[in-house]
Design a protein. Structure first.
Length: 159
């Protein structure tokens, strides 16, 4: 009798272990990239002496938003030893919309106020800020000027 009780208890335990709670196993699910951590500042893209896009860290004490990064870019390079393909402007307020892998940046300048390199500066600065904040690496940026739109485009430095 004792053996039957032990065998029944073991069989019941084995059944419970094999049956589980009725939950089905699932595969690994992908999610967005994790933020890269505490940032000492914002990454802006300017042009070096050869005219190539180059990243420059601006010490702001925090990463900030995509809109703040582009606004900071529009203030110009200052005395940092780099140059810009964007004409000086006193209005630097920008608006940014993110939808999945698409980023739309509205800037307060016309397309005549910057070069093709200037367009890349805006795209790279916006995309770098988005990616540093945990956004998708595959994101593309569209830029809406006061007179027309450009994009979507990737940052040529990221290729």
């Amino acid at each position: 009798m004792k053996r039957r009780m032990i065998a029944a208890a073991l069989a019941s335990g084995l059944f419970v272990l094999l049956a589980g709670c009725g939950l089905q196993s699932s595969g690994v699910e992908d999610g967005p990239s994790a933020p890269t951590g505490i940032a000492p500042g914002t990454t802006l893209y300017f042009l070096d002496a050869d005219g190539s896009l180059t990243a420059q860290q601006r010490e702001t004490g925090r990463l900030g938003t995509v809109s703040e990064a582009v606004s900071l870019l529009l203030t110009g390079p200052g005395d940092s030893g780099v140059r810009t393909g964007i004409d000086p402007t006193s209005v630097t307020r920008t608006e940014v919309t993110v939808s999945g892998e698409r980023l739309v940046v509205r800037v307060p300048i016309s397309s005549a106020e910057l070069t093709a390199d200037g367009i890349d500066q805006i795209a790279c600065t916006a995309l770098a800020s988005l990616i540093q904040a945990g956004g998708p690496d595959e994101a593309m940026a569209s830029i809406e000027f006061t007179d027309r739109s450009e994009g979507p485009r990737a940052c040529p430095v990221f290729d």
